[in-house]
Design a protein around this ligand. Structure first.
Ligand code: BES
Ligand code: ZN
Length: 451
């Protein structure tokens, strides 16, 4: 059974209030919100926190002041007592915790979800390589953990930044770290848009992993969420290799600290809203490599945007050729909820029905062996994410696809030039044979004998 976070739906994320008496010197006080049904369990679990306080509560949600150092204990107690998972969000302030759930940014023109880039999508999808996905999952899950406060969690950010930087020599493409005030940093790769650079499409997943034991834990997080990071990494690689030029700006984001209250994504989404960044669509890839149900891809329909979800269904039918359905988490289960809360259209295609999800997550058993060693499930999500990126950014193929067309498969794709060469060779052979025979007979008829 996986360990879980606090029960119930909840709100947004953020930083410290006053420092806590008697708390770990390194820790800070957080404003969090939990489902109101989880309040008694939260009280019990936080009995040792002298500063624990219920700042506000109604029938649905309770806003609490808690010691950051107690979050893991609280999470485990909630799981033990309720036997189900929920989410919680870490807020910037009490005011933000109490703000309405979705603050729509200033209305822009409606988003056009037409599918009219088939030639670009079909040129890119064959470049997706399962071994590349596999290598990323193996590399990330080979780290001790990617906990947001650990040294290896910090190293994961650096490793990913360098990996993403290796995909291109283009100077207009940037890969940067975002500092949130703890060890792990989020990573953002930006391909600037050619004609609509102020409109942004985001594809993301979370870089952190978690298991009992925090910084000292063995938390491979192969499915949750090395699989999502590997999926978006492969999409970034192929788009850059094929020199795809998005009209809208395209960003790939590996969020820090999702497992402890969507902290990285909330901080980025809040910042984008405050700066008025026009985010036209967000795709969250969290757990893509465990086929737990009868259909392939499940579109999560809570804390997401219905119109964009419908667009994803059409993309799957047109380009992925996978089966799909809709389902829900029932709470703010991943980073899509942070974007949704800040008013941006977000979607989360998921690996299974919620009730069939990979039970090894949040334990030391979340390994590649327990998900899909062939990564064939994750490949479907990579195709979907590439199609999403190309269609929603209205991308074109650039002048110099750096990747040569794939070599012909032996015995299969024999091109017309090869057939022509074979035909010419056969004809030449037949002609020379006929000539030799005719010439030989003539010599015999004339009574000549070869020397
Ligand atoms: N990947 C999970 C979310 C998830 C788990 C979705 C199982 C669907 C099925 C995510 O990393 C996670 O663990 N989220 C937390 C909530 C978060 C707000 C701390 C959870 O589910 O407890
Ligand atoms: Zn998780």
């Amino acid at each position: 059974m996986r360990a879980c976070s606090i029960i119930g739906v909840v709100l947004a994320g953020g930083l410290a209030l006053a420092s806590s008496s008697g708390a770990d010197a390194d820790s800070e006080r957080l404003v969090i919100s939990v489902g109101a049904d989880a309040l008694p369990a939260a009280r019990l679990a936080m009995a040792g926190d002298a500063g624990f306080e219920v700042l506000a509560a109604d029938d649905e949600v309770a806003v609490l002041s808690v010691d950051e150092a107690a979050i893991d204990a609280l999470s485990e107690a909630m799981h033990a007592q309720h036997g189900r998972c929920g989410g919680f969000m870490v807020h910037d302030s009490l005011e933000e915790a109490l703000a309405p759930a979705v603050v729509r940014p200033a209305d822009g023109p409606p988003i056009d979800y037409r599918l009219d880039r088939p030639q670009v999508v079909r040129s890119v999808l064959p470049a997706i390589e399962a071994p590349q996905l596999l290598a990323t999952i193996e590399r990330l899950s080979g780290m001790k953990n990617r906990y947001y406060r650990s040294a290896s969690g910090a190293e994961a950010s650096i490793w990913l930044r360098d990996r993403w930087r290796s995909f291109t020599t283009r100077t207009d493409v940037t890969v940067e770290l975002v500092d949130h005030g703890y060890a792990q940093r989020s990573v953002i790769l930006t391909i600037p848009g050619t004609t609509r650079p102020d409109e942004v499409v985001v594809i993301g997943g979370h870089l952190d992993s978690i298991a009992p034991g925090g910084s000292n834990s063995q938390a491979p997080g192969a499915d949750d969420d090395a699989s999502g990071i590997a999926t978006l990494t492969e999409v970034a690689r192929v788009l850059l290799a094929r020199d795809v030029r998005p009209a809208r700006t395209l960003q790939f984001i590996a969020y820090a600290a999702e497992e402890v209250g969507l902290r990285g994504s909330l901080s980025i989404a809040r910042d984008y809203r405050k700066r008025g960044v026009r985010v036209v669509g967000v795709l969250q890839l969290d757990m893509t490599n465990y086929q737990g149900s009868d259909r392939d891809i499940w579109l999560i329909d809570d804390h997401t945007d219905p119109a964009q979800n419908a667009f994803l269904g059409r993309l799957i039918d047109a380009y992925v050729g996978a089966t799909w359905g809709t389902d829900r988490c029932g709470y703010a289960c991943s980073d899509h909820a942070a974007w949704h809360r800040h008013g941006f259209p977000a979607s989360m295609p998921f690996e299974a029905r919620f009730r069939n999800h990979n039970r090894a997550i949040h334990t030391h058993n979340d390994t590649l062996e327990r998900s899909d060693k062939n990564v064939s499930h994750a490949v479907k999500f990579a195709k979907l994410a590439a199609a999403f990126a190309i269609e929603l950014t209205r991308a074109e193929l650039g002048p110099s696809p750096a990747v040569a067309p794939p070599p012909p498969t032996p015995g299969a794709a024999t091109g017309p030039a090869v057939w022509l060469a074979i035909a010419v060779a056969v004809l030449a052979f037949v002609a020379s044979l006929a000539f030799a025979l005719a010439f030989g007979r003539a010599r015999v008829r004339r009574g000549g004998v070869a020397p």
